[in-house]
Design a protein around this ligand. Structure first.
Ligand code: PHB
Length: 400
C-alpha cells in the first residue's frame, strides 16, 4: 500500500471506529495518555482544578482518559505535587475527578506507579523515607546511591500496587494501568544495567521480569484482568532505562502475560520516538528503524494496544490504516491533548489544533498552562444547548 499520509482523512479513518476495551466500548481510538502535571497539593492530594482538566479531555463521549502516574504509597510520592492514591482523602479527590469524566460519557484508567530511584532523594530524606531501587546503582549524574530493596520491601510493594488498584476501583475507575516503563521502579528491575541483584529478583531475564509479572498477577487477582493494563517502553533510554536485550526481555514478558490466561484491558507501548529523553532533546532521528512489531506479533490481538510517540492526526490515521492494520491499535496524543481539551472533536471536524506551551507543562499547582487552553468556537457552538458545568468552571470556583 502506498504510504502517503494524505491518503487518509483522520475523521474517516479507523481512529473513529468504535473499539471494545475491557468491558466497555470506546467511540474513538485517540487516547488521552498519562502525563505528569504536578497539580496536586503539597500532601499529594489532587486539587479540585484537576476535575475540570480531566473532564474536559473526556468531552467527546466514549474517550479513554488515563490519569497521570499516581503513587502506590506515600514513600513513592517522590516528586513535589504529583498525586498519590493511598489515603481516604486522595481517594475522595480522585472520585470527584473520575465522576466528572464519567459525567461526560468517557472512561477512566488510573496509571499507578512506584518511582524508586527516580524519586527526588532530598524530598524522601526530608520525610524520613529511604531512597531505594532494585540495586545500589545511582542515576546518571547523581552522587546519591539508592539502597537495594530487601525482599520484604519488594513484597510490600506488590501489596501496595494491589491496595492502590483496589482504591482506584472503589473510587470508580474503570481500571488501572501498571507503569513498568521509563526507568521507574518496575523498569529498574527489568533493566540489566540497573538491576544487579543476585537473588531471584535479578540476573536472568526471568528474574528481572519477576516483579512486574508478580505485580500484574496480584492486581489481576484483586480486580480482574479486564480492568488491568500494562505499560512498557522497550526502546526508551530515559533515566538509564536502555536495554540491550529488549527483544528477548519483552518477548518473555508478553509470553508470560499471555500464560495468565486473562484478557487484559489493553497493552500500552511507547514507540522509540516517544522516549521522554528523545522528546526533551527533540531528536527525531534516533531509533527510527526500531518498531514495536515484534511485541504486537507476540501479543497477537489478545487485547487492544496503545501506541505513543509524537503522533499527529495524519500520521496517526496512517498508522492505524497501514502499519497497524492487522491489530486493534489506539493512538496516544500527549502534548496536543494538553493544548486542546476538545482534541477529538477538532480531529473529527478538521479544526486546526492550538499550540502547546511547554514551559507551563509542569507549573506546580497552577491553573496557568493547565485549564486555560480554550475549547474551539465550533465545539462551544455545537454544545451550546448542553454545556457541561465543567467546561464553564472558572478558576476562582475551583481553587480553594
Ligand atoms: C515524567 O514525569 O517526566 C515522566 C513520568 C512518567 C513517564 C515518563 C515521564 O512515563
Amino acid at each position: 500500500m502506498n504510504s502517503n499520509a494524505d491518503r487518509y482523512i483522520p475523521s474517516e479513518s479507523r481512529l473513529f471506529k468504535p473499539l471494545r476495551v475491557g468491558s466497555f466500548t470506546l467511540q474513538n481510538r485517540i487516547v488521552f495518555p498519562p502525563l505528569t502535571r504536578l497539580r496536586s497539593d503539597d500532601g499529594h492530594v489532587p486539587l479540585p482544578l484537576m476535575q475540570k482538566y480531566y473532564a474536559d479531555r473526556g468531552s467527546s463521549p466514549g474517550t479513554l482518559v488515563i490519569s497521570e502516574a499516581t503513587a502506590i504509597s506515600h514513600l513513592e510520592e517522590g516528586n513535589w505535587n504529583n498525586p498519590g492514591l493511598v489515603s481516604d482523602m486522595q481517594t475522595e479527590a480522585w472520585r470527584k475527578i473520575i465522576d466528572a469524566v464519567h459525567a461526560n460519557g468517557s472512561f477512566f484508567f488510573q496509571q499507578i506507579w512506584a518511582m524508586g530511584r527516580a524519586s527526588n532523594p532530598d524530598l524522601l530524606a526530608a520525610r524520613g523515607f529511604p531512597y531505594r531501587s532494585s540495586s545500589a546503582v545511582a542515576m546518571k549524574g547523581s552522587a546519591i546511591v539508592p539502597k537495594a530493596m530487601t525482599e520484604n520491601e519488594i513484597l510490600e510493594t506488590i501489596q501496595d500496587f494491589v491496595n492502590t488498584a483496589k482504591r482506584a476501583v472503589s473510587a470508580g475507575a474503570d481500571g488501572v494501568e501498571i507503569h513498568s516503563a521509563h526507568g521507574y521502579l518496575l523498569d529498574q528491575f527489568l533493566t540489566a544495567s540497573v538491576n544487579q541483584r543476585t537473588d531471584k529478583w535479578g540476573g536472568s531475564i526471568e528474574n528481572r521480569a519477576r516483579l512486574t509479572l508478580e505485580v500484574v498477577k496480584a492486581v489481576v487477582g484483586a480486580i480482574g484482568g479486564e480492568r488491568v493494563a500494562i505499560r512498557f517502553s522497550p526502546y526508551a533510554g530515559f533515566q538509564g532505562s536502555e536495554k540491550t536485550d529488549f527483544r528477548e526481555l519483552y518477548t518473555y514478558l508478553i509470553t508470560e502475560l499471555k500464560k495468565m490466561n486473562v484478557r487484559f484491558a489493553y497493552l500500552s507501548l511507547v514507540e522509540a520516538t516517544g522516549d521522554p529523553g528523545a522528546l526533551i532533546w527533540n531528536d527525531k532521528k534516533i531509533h527510527q528503524d526500531k518498531t514495536l512489531d515484534f511485541i504486537l506479533e507476540e501479543w497477537d490481538n489478545l487485547s487492544p494496544v496503545i501506541v505513543a510517540g509524537g503522533y499527529q492526526p495524519d500520521t496517526a490515521a496512517r498508522a492505524v490504516e497501514e502499519h497497524y492494520q492487522k491489530w486493534d491499535v489506539m493512538v496516544a496524543f500527549g502534548r496536543h491533548f494538553i493544548a486542546n481539551p476538545d482534541l477529538i472533536f477538532r480531529i473529527k471536524n478538521g479544526i486546526p489544533l492550538a499550540q502547546y506551551n511547554r514551559p507551563t507543562f509542569y507549573n506546580h499547582k497552577q491553573w496557568l498552562g493547565y485549564n486555560d487552553y480554550p475549547f474551539s468556537q465550533e465545539f462551544v457552538e455545537a454544545h451550546s444547548h448542553a454545556v457541561h458545568p465543567m467546561i464553564e468552571q472558572k478558576e476562582e470556583a475551583v481553587v480553594a
